[in-house]
Design a protein around this ligand. Structure first.
Ligand code: AMP
Length: 615
């Protein structure tokens, strides 16, 4: 199997030559694994299965040490998280026998996808960090084919760690990026021209989100002329940084002017790391102050960081809602989506990074995992949601196709078998084949299955929303009022964005219901939503207070009439639980009688609810 190219070799003596040599090695690696995609996939599966021959899960289904695709597909079921939950709970509770994987589970990665309101727990093993590093190492050589000179400047990336918890059995549970940033792969990465960032590692590793953001912005502003690219993981995170700058630029300018760091930054390692960079620079402070106080912030990125060539953020999937804001702040700099990854596994990269955001396609790297694809067709155009697949029957199982066998233009649900103990696991993402790199397919990210509302990394599905709304609407019964219909939308016109619910009520006497009752309803919805939503509200402040807009009677009939006029069938019509289409949102807004906001943040603690009581 082709080896990941090493970041830099020691042999060449000129740094430019080393960079070129390394880039060429990486590009050759991509050529090789994509040209040989099917063989690489065969070897990956065989390697995973031969290592896992003693694993309880595979033995349970009678794989009997077989490592070939045919037997694997015949005997091992295609599963969702719910199917694996009992096994995962055993591991979380401290069972160290080889249940899913022969290698020790090093930690759990907590996904932004949830199960019963809590983050899903993805088992991982130490060596997966190497696979993640491999995918990262491919990104800049690809980018450099399109934009030379990136090795000569710095990247201003806003990266953050989140809190971690311990399972009852003592394993750490934390998000995949927190795990990566805290690993030696990131902390001790060799200094190479492509990992030359403005943020010292100590500022990224600071758990306090205010101190981390402040110090990263301070360092980014201080080195503004060196910055050639800016970014964050998701678009929402980058927008949050701009909003933070809008609030705190005068304090930041004071620090740049005096070469000191504000007393609110108390973390000693952050202070020390920042003070190694910072010197008094009144001229720069004047410049930043002048730009920030000039009025509209159009083009603020290119004004403050004039050498910036692109913004590196994911704007595919639900993140596309932030494209207009990014265009505004950057005077339409290229928005570059470099990779597609998850807690389960890192999947692929964008080989044409300067393409338009609507055309982004990811090439799955065949040695990351064994990939299969379930063709999907059912799609509700109005909501954009895909129905939950029920247990696959034998015919459907046959339909799962291998990586090299997918068809151009067809939509598929991604199913993975990983080195860390997931076998034929539904990731929950819907992808469309947009082309091929050699034998490896390239995919547009279409959507996450069933997600109706999302602002940041939260993913609220229809069932969760329904339960949350039901809990809240029950409070109206004592006022002789009931909920007739509702829908929601993710309003990102202000930062932070928020969930907006349109409610149509049947009320005997509306004067009997005080505004506080509806505010309580907003709060109850928030309390009932999943832990990723509540963390976004409480800890990251990336989601604003939920709003309920009460609409006039008859509004949802008008919504149905509108859908029918657009071609929906009257027999199949059901109220969409989320709306995205601007004319529908306009219609709903034009019928609003009153609106209410959640008065406080819902409760949130790190780790699963049940662990908090056990720990
Ligand atoms: P998590 O498990 O919390 O790391 O979230 C992984 C999920 O984030 C994926 O399964 C996708 O739904 C979404 N995601 C990751 N990368 C991208 C991308 N480049 N474009 C769109 N969605 C993405």
């Amino acid at each position: 199997m082709p080896e990941a190219p090493k970041i830099l070799s020691d042999s060449a003596d000129c740094i430019d030559d080393i960079v070129v040599e390394n880039n060429n090695k990486v590009l050759k690696f991509i050529e090789d694994v994509t040209a040989d995609a099917d063989e690489v996939q065969r070897r990956v599966l065989s390697e995973i299965l031969s290592r896992s021959a003693n694993v309880e899960y595979l033995q349970r289904y009678g794989l009997n040490g077989c490592t070939d695709r045919e037997t694997f597909k015949k005997v091992i079921p295609v599963v969702t998280y719910e199917d694996l939950k009992p096994d995962i709970e055993r591991i979380a509770n401290g069972d160290t026998s080889p249940i899913l994987c022969s290698q020790p589970i090093s930690e759990f990665l907590t996904s932004s996808g949830t199960s019963a309101g809590e983050r899903k727990l993805m088992p991982t093993i130490e060596e997966e960090l190497g696979r993640r590093s491999l995918l990262y190492s491919l990104l800049m050589p690809v980018m450099s084919q399109f934009l030379p000179g990136l090795d000569k400047g710095k990247g201003m990336y806003f990266l953050f760690v989140k809190s971690e918890a311990k399972t009852p059995g003592g394993l750490v549970a934390r998000p995949v990026l927190t795990s990566y940033y805290k690993s030696s792969h990131f902390k001790n990465s060799p200094n190479d021209p492509y990992t030359n960032y403005t943020s010292p590692k100590e500022t990224i590793l600071c758990l306090d989100s205010y101190q981390s953001m402040y110090s990263q912005l301070l360092c980014g502003l201080f080195q503004n002329e060196d910055v050639v690219r800016v970014g964050a993981v998701f678009a929402s995170g980058f927008i949050r940084a701009i909003q933070f700058l809008e609030k705190h630029w005068s304090l930041l300018c004071k620090d740049i002017r005096t070469g000191t760091i504000d007393s609110k930054i108390t973390d000693p390692s952050v202070r020390e790391a920042v003070m190694k960079i910072l010197k008094p620079n009144p001229k720069l402070a004047d410049f930043v102050e002048a730009e920030c106080s000039k009025g509209p912030w159009k083009g603020i990125i290119t004004r403050l960081w004039p050498e910036t060539k692109y913004i590196d953020v994911i704007v595919t999937g639900t993140m596309s809602q932030y494209i207009p804001a990014l265009d505004y702040y950057s005077n339409a700099l290229p928005l570059v989506c470099t990779m597609y990854a998850s807690s389960e596994c890192y999947f692929g990269i964008n080989l044409n990074p300067l393409c338009n955001p609507s055309e982004v396609s990811y090439t799955l790297i065949p040695n990351m995992a064994y990939f299969e694809f379930l063709p999907v067709t059912r799609k509700d155009e109005l909501t954009g949601s895909i129905s939950e697949p029920t247990a696959l029957n034998d015919k459907e199982k046959q339909q799962l196709v291998d990586l090299v066998d997918v068809k151009l233009g067809q939509d598929y649900e991604l199913v993975v078998t990983t080195y860390a103990g997931l076998y034929r696991y539904h990731v929950g993402d819907i992808l469309r084949v947009s082309g091929f790199k050699n034998k490896a397919p390239q995919f547009n990210f279409i959507c996450r299955k069933n997600v109706v509302l999302s602002i940041d990394s939260d993913k609220t599905d229809e069932v969760e929303l329904q339960n949350a709304v039901k809990n809240a609407a029950n409070q109206l019964l004592q006022y002789e009022a009931s909920l007739v219909e509702y829908t929601g939308y993710a309003d990102t016109s202000a930062i932070p964005g928020r969930y907006v619910l349109f409610w149509e009520l049947s009320v005997k006497d509306s004067t009997l219901i005080a505004p506080a009752v509806f505010e309580d309803c907003c709060f109850t919805v928030e309390e009932s939503l999943n832990s990723v939503y509540r963390q976004g509200r409480v800890c990251d402040k990336s989601i604003g207070p939920l709003e309920i807009r009460v609409v006039e009677n008859g509004t949802f009939d008008m919504l149905m009439d509108f859908a029918l006029s657009q071609g929906s069938s009257i027999n199949q019509y059901k109220t969409p639980r989320c709306v995205k289409y601007a004319p529908i949102i306009e219609l709903l807004n034009s019928r609003v009688i009153s609106s209410y906001f959640s008065p406080k943040c819902p409760r949130w603690t790190a780790g699963h609810k049940q662990w908090c009581t056990q720990n």
